[in-house]
Write a protein that binds this ligand. Sequence first.
Ligand code: JB2
Length: 221
Amino acid sequence: MASDENGLCVILGGGGHARVLIDSLQAAGSTVPCVILDANSSRRGATLLGVEVAGGDELLPELIERGAQFFVVAVGSTGDARPRRALYELGLSHGLQPLTVRHPSAVCSPWASAGAGLQLLPLSVVNAGARLGDNVIVNTGAIVEHDCEVGDHAHVATGARLASTVRIGAGAHVGAGAIIRQGITVGDGAVIGAGAVVVRDVEARTVVVGVPARFLREAAW
Ligand code: JB2
């Protein structure tokens, strides 16, 4: 564990998404010391890109007493944003501030706005007039065009593209490589399958797949 824990950032989750986030923080030249908490006790004592896995979430009060100030939700989501929402609320409930993670290759217009805890991963693009909520992931190579809205806890996965004026509801998941036509609304908690092409509005809490995207089943959110 870092010896100077003043300003420490607690990374919640120590899997694949955590590695991408730590890599992005390092690439951005962040000097905030970090420690990982992971639910899997067998990971305790391991390091991930040089960052120690200190234990599970039960260590939060101890870390805060020792000066932790920030947190990052490092559990990804591929269709169920509830664990990410729960970890975000956990961090807030302990008085920690969500840290923004922005890879230096990400493009984000100064005319876009975002809530707290935004994750902009390598080569992602957010254009003018876009409005992103809290705890949103714009994953590697994803595009959020001008005047789109992306709700809290939503995940625009790797290579997905939102044409202009798309509205993505809270907790929704836009799968890898999916394309959403301009002006479309995707309801809260909806899941868009990988590679889908969405040309009609998507009901809240439904899963749609294919080209053009069609209803598959109810979603978990
Ligand atoms: O409540 C929790 C918790 N639940 C799971 N608290 C903490 N601190 N950690 C938790 N975890 C841990 O998150 C698991 O023990 C596991 O080590 C980690 C999740 O790792 P995994 O590699 O399975 O998934 P991921 O969330 O890092 O990545 C997913 O989402 C990304 C966006 C994958 O689907 C990736 O392929 C995807 N790129």
